[in-house]
Design a binder for this molecule. Structure first.
Ligand code: SF4
Length: 102
């Protein structure tokens, strides 16, 4: 079957859009609380849900957005964390590796 120039260009455009969407989706993938790496550090999307008995040093003012390992803007709802490459953590999340920004 002969492909017309128009069909070819439409296919290339559609493929490009799919690749862009896929790349964008993986860059935006949110860390699952059940991910083994997240479980290992007791990561939660909501710092208010941290068990104070298990983590007595935790206080509700601690969250990803003011952690030294947060790598995004302080206003981003989700951002990158040095400990979870390729995943995004919640601005209001917390894990046991929390380190106050200095
Ligand atoms: Fe959030 Fe900091 Fe833990 Fe990363 S290290 S998940 S930014 S509390």
């Amino acid at each position: 079957m002969k492909t017309s120039r128009r069909q070819f260009l439409m296919t290339v455009a559609a493929t490009g859009a799919t690749l862009t969407a896929t790349t964008h989706a993986s860059a935006q993938a949110k860390l699952d609380e059940k991910d083994p790496a997240a479980v290992a550090l007791a990561y939660t999307h909501d710092t208010k849900k941290v068990d104070g008995k298990k983590f007595p040093k935790h206080d509700k003012g601690q969250h990803c957005g003011n952690c030294a390992l947060w790598q995004s803007k302080p206003t981003d709802a989700f951002g990158n964390c040095a400990l979870f490459p390729g995943k995004q953590v919640d601005l209001n999340g917390w894990c046991s590796a929390y380190a106050k920004k200095g």
